[in-house]
Design a protein around this ligand. Structure first.
Ligand code: HEM
Length: 142
């Protein structure tokens, strides 16, 4: 497959991954705030599970697959400064992805490890990381 096709597929999967990552903590906010309403929590548990499994996971796997494929074709990216910044932000993003899964499972089990304010704050994390990654990958300041 040509490099440009890989780059297009990479961006498509990144967008899908982010659709999940920027929304799941918003669902956790509703979940915490409606913890005393069984009808709402039952529906939110289903929404969180489907969002995480059917959107976040395929988005993550596809982004990584096509991203690594590009690195195999052009290994020179690995020694460039912009890629080191991107890789650092990616470690944070992948950690956030697994943390979402951890919180999802605990909330599905009826535990509430975070307040709604903490969920609102954590919801901003992927946006900040996305801004860093896109600026470094597109502008390539160094
Ligand atoms: C999962 C691991 C990832 C790997 C291994 C990876 C790797 C790469 C590589 C090698 C390129 C090609 C750069 C170029 O040709 O100049 C690229 C492009 C790109 N990446 Fe990633 N990436 C990953 C995740 C992400 C994430 C999470 C984002 C967004 C937050 C992202 C956003 C982009 C964008 C927007 C481009 C296209 C830049 C352009 O067309 O100018 N990537 N990625």
């Amino acid at each position: 497959m040509s490099y440009l096709w890989l780059r297009a597929l990479h961006v498509i999967f990144v967008m899908s991954w982010f659709a999940g990552l920027v929304y799941i903590f918003r669902l956790f906010v509703y979940h915490v705030e409606n913890r005393d309403k069984p009808d709402a929590t039952t529906m939110l548990i289903t929404m969180e599970r489907r969002l995480y499994r059917a959107i976040c996971w395929p988005g993550f796997v596809g982004s990584a697959l096509f991203g690594v494929w590009m690195l195999v074709l052009v290994p020179g990216h690995l020694s460039q400064g912009w890629f080191h910044v991107k890789a650092t932000a990616l470690i944070g993003l992948i950690g956030y992805h697994f943390y979402c899964g951890h919180i999802r499972r605990r909330m599905a089990a009826g535990e509430y490890p975070l307040t709604s304010k903490q969920c609102r704050m954590l919801n901003e994390v992927p946006t900040v990381l996305m801004m860093i990654i896109v600026i470094f990958v597109v502008v390539k300041p160094f």
